[in-house]
Design a protein around this ligand. Structure first.
Ligand code: FES
Ligand SMILES: [Fe+2]
Length: 459
């Protein structure tokens, strides 16, 4: 059993630990705002929300809001969502389409390119109204279906920031996936506690016992990248070798096998062979159904990858689906944050399908929770093959974590378990009896992430 750590930074990773201040001290919130949030590329949203000129969304990022739109020339461009007359928030709806952006206060009007185009009673401005009172631009770029913004005009280009991640992730066509669920939960913990939670598998055996029945958390590969990004590949369609080999397929294996048209009874006494069978079958049937798996090796057809984009995005994905998770800090309170989860699936491409697109078989990848009971109904909408004709972009569902605890809302069994726990982590870290972390080697991604936060805070 071994966890392989691949350090792409050229360094030699080691555990150093860190004090708890960063989770509980309001002074950290100010420093992080200046040195982390204002100087890094941040995922603002999805390109798919900006199909045509005038489509827009608002990225609500603690102390700032960024209005992202598609301009008249077809570019994706972000602006600070602030009217340049007296500073009113310009756009108050989360998403939509506009012919222009008109301030509700005194009707100053800006084009979708950000230019100031109308000022009522302009003659009353004895100094005139300079055209520089246009909307203030934010650096904006796109990659693989995601819109990124950076509030620092001097920052390195997006592709340099992503570095080797680009090569790792490009085969996964997030840009061709379709959003099927959009959720935000208000959490009562520091934003970094959420990133930490999605940076290690040490807790999985204990907090998520259902994973024993489908993934091997003992033989994963950890990647440490420049600029604080990290990655992880976990073998799926298998079992946890810390526990006895199941003598017959578990409930989760059964679901995986049935989805691929394989008979679970054929694997009684042969559970270690399931992973290879799943890989083979998925490749064979993929083309028939309209899924192009040519860019993926066999392991990628059964395994779950989880890559964290510094500072605040967690991508958990297979070739057929992606959870884009993002944590946004509170403007002032270190013990609060918002956690977004966007579930996307890859619908079949009819031009690839050899015969049976639309048939009710399942080829969708979902090794990270096939039988996650609450999730099945919600995020596997792509499993029929083709995109439904009546597809409508889901409305964002916003709720508090107490609603998850009460069972009124769910983000899947696994993430609910994390969400329910995180408030207690924050409360515990606030205790006078807790001073600093004590990490193990399996928590190297946690260390790597905090090292990068420190690098920024230290200037
Ligand atoms: S604040 Fe926007 S028009 Fe006055
Ligand atoms: Fe977890």
């Amino acid at each position: 059993m071994t966890i392989e750590i691949v350090d792409h930074t050229g360094g030699s990773p080691k555990i150093e630990n860190f004090s708890k201040d960063r989770f509980v001290d309001p002074e950290y919130v100010d420093r992080e705002w200046q040195h982390v949030w204002r100087s890094n590329w941040l995922v603002a949203g999805l390109v798919s929300d900006l199909e045509k000129p005038g489509d827009y969304f608002v990225f609500d990022m603690a102390r700032e809001q960024i209005l992202v739109t598609r301009t008249s020339s077809g570019e994706v461009q972000g602006f600070f969502n602030v009217c340049q007359h007296r500073g009113n928030r310009l756009i108050t709806s989360e998403r939509g389409h506009a012919a222009n952006f008109r301030c509700a206060y005194h009707a100053w009007t800006y084009s979708i390119d950000g230019d100031l185009t109308a000022v009522p009673y302009k003659e009353r401005f004895s100094e005139g109204v300079p055209c520089e009172r246009a909307l203030k631009k934010v650096r904006t770029d796109t990659w693989n279906g995601m819109v990124f913004v950076n509030m620092d005009d001097e920052a390195i280009p997006l592709l340099d920031f992503l570095g080797p991640l680009v090569d790792h992730l490009t085969p996964y066509r997030f840009d061709q996936m379709t959003l099927v669920e959009d959720q935000t939960v208000h959490l009562e913990c520091n934003w970094k506690a959420v990133v930490d939670n999605f940076s290690e598998l040490y807790h999985v055996d204990f907090l998520h016992p259902q994973h024993r029945r489908m993934v091997d958390c003992c033989n994963d590969t950890v990647h440490l990248f420049p600029h604080g990004h990290t990655g992880l590949a976990v073998p799926g369609a298998t079992f946890n070798p810390r526990f006895p080999v199941p003598d017959k397929p578990t409930d989760i294996h059964r679901a995986q096998l049935l989805q691929l048209g394989l008979n679970p009874d054929d694997f009684v006494g042969r559970v270690p062979e399931i992973r290879r069978a799943v890989q083979k079958q998925r490749r064979q049937t993929g083309r028939d159904k309209g899924f192009d798996y040519n860019a993926f090796d066999d392991d990628q057809l059964s395994d779950v990858w989880q890559y964290n984009l510094f500072p605040n995005v967690i991508l958990s994905f297979t070739p057929g689906h992606c959870w884009l998770m993002r944590v946004r800090p509170h403007a002032k309170d270190p013990a609060k944050c918002d956690f977004d989860k966007l579930s996307m699936v890859l619908f079949a491409d009819p031009s690839i399908a050899q015969s049976t697109v639309g048939q009710k078989d399942v080829v969708h990848q979902s090794t990270d929770g096939d039988t996650d009971s609450k999730r099945t109904q919600r995020t596997h909408l792509g499993m029929d093959g083709a995109k439904p004709d009546d597809y409508v972009r889901p409305v964002r569902d916003v709720f508090s974590y107490s609603e998850v605890i009460a069972g009124n809302k769910t983000m899947t069994d696994t993430i609910d378990q994390d969400v329910e726990l995180l408030g207690n982590v924050q409360a515990g870290m606030s205790s006078s009896a807790f001073e600093s972390t004590w990490l193990n080697d399996d928590e190297m991604r946690v260390q790597h992430f905090h090292n990068e936060v420190d690098r920024h805070l230290d200037g």
